[in-house]
Design a protein around this ligand. Structure first.
Ligand code: HEC
Length: 247
């Protein structure tokens, strides 16, 4: 099972746990004439919280392992997902500390509980929700980006030669690459100069063949110390390559 599908299924469990946590909390604090036994509800709420935490830690482990293995620069969506999950950790710690140690703040616990639930929805929506929607609940593959196809050797990149692509590529280059690369010489700034980069037979540092595919791979999975640019869209990669081709 692909790791994203596994993670998404686990997240659906977390979603159910969140709903159960809200239900038990509302029953305890929200109802005037109690329908269920309060002590039982509190117990369920506590056990529910522990199971939530175990799932959370396991899913976070999967995410961190993926980041370390791919060394991928997060997309804006993944960044939102990460911020939501960190907020959940902070809020949960605050809530537990109010319940256990700082009892004077006990009155705030219910509000924090609701915020944790909302943050959990945000966290799951930006990852599992998106994944399950795009893959029609795991029945279809994620649409492959040009990047992925290049990395798995499925297609070759067509180098664009129209002025618009080259100009867009130049702008991207000036904002993202110029800091470390000189386009007009082979002098090293932080990375090697790019003059003639696609006209030479080999790339300067890795000594891989100087093909547009290998430049695309360098942007996603840099050879050594260069930061990853895997957040760039397929079009942007092609535009940068179009510009590099003119050097
Ligand atoms: C923070 C500095 C930095 C930035 C920004 C940067 N690079 Fe690099 N680049 C490097 C370094 C260092 C290397 C040497 C190889 C390595 O560490 O991967 C390199 C190597 C390369 C190579 C040669 C790879 C090889 O196989 O020899 C290419 C092509 C390249 N960069 C393209 C780009 C492009 C295009 C951009 C902008 C989107 C960019 N770089 C932005 C630092 C940078």
């Amino acid at each position: 099972m692909p790791i994203f599908l596994l993670k998404s299924f686990l997240s659906v469990v977390v979603l159910c746990l969140t709903l159960l946590a809200m239900f038990t909390m509302f029953e305890v604090f929200g109802r005037g004439d109690k329908k269920y036994n309060i002590e039982t509800l509190k117990k369920i709420h506590r056990i529910n919280g522990i199971v939530y935490l175990l799932f959370f830690i396991f899913i976070a482990y999967l995410c961190l392992d993926f980041i370390v293995r791919t060394r991928a620069e997060p997309s804006p969506r993944a960044a939102f997902h990460a911020v939501f999950s960190m907020a959940v950790i902070v809020l949960l710690s605050v809530k537990i500390s109010f319940v256990r140690f700082y009892r004077q703040f006990y009155g705030k616990v219910q509000t924090i509980g609701i915020i944790i639930a909302l943050t959990t929805f945000g966290m799951i929506g930006t990852s599992a929700g998106y994944y399950l929607l795009v893959t029609k609940f795991g029945t279809e593959k994620m649409p492959e980006t040009v990047f992925k196809k290049v990395v798995t050797g499925k297609i070759d990149i067509m180098v664009k030669a129209d002025n618009e692509s080259i100009n867009n590529g130049k702008e991207l280059y000036e904002s993202k690459c110029y800091f470390c690369h000189d386009p007009l010489s082979n002098k090293t700034i932080v990375g090697p100069g790019h003059k003639g980069i696609l006209k030479n037979p080999l790339l300067p540092v890795s000594r891989r063949p100087a093909t547009p595919e290998n430049v695309a791979i360098q942007l996603k999975n840099p050879f050594k110390d260069m930061p990853s640019f895997s957040y760039l869209s397929d079009d942007q990669v092609q535009e940068i390559i179009a510009f590099l081709n003119t050097l």
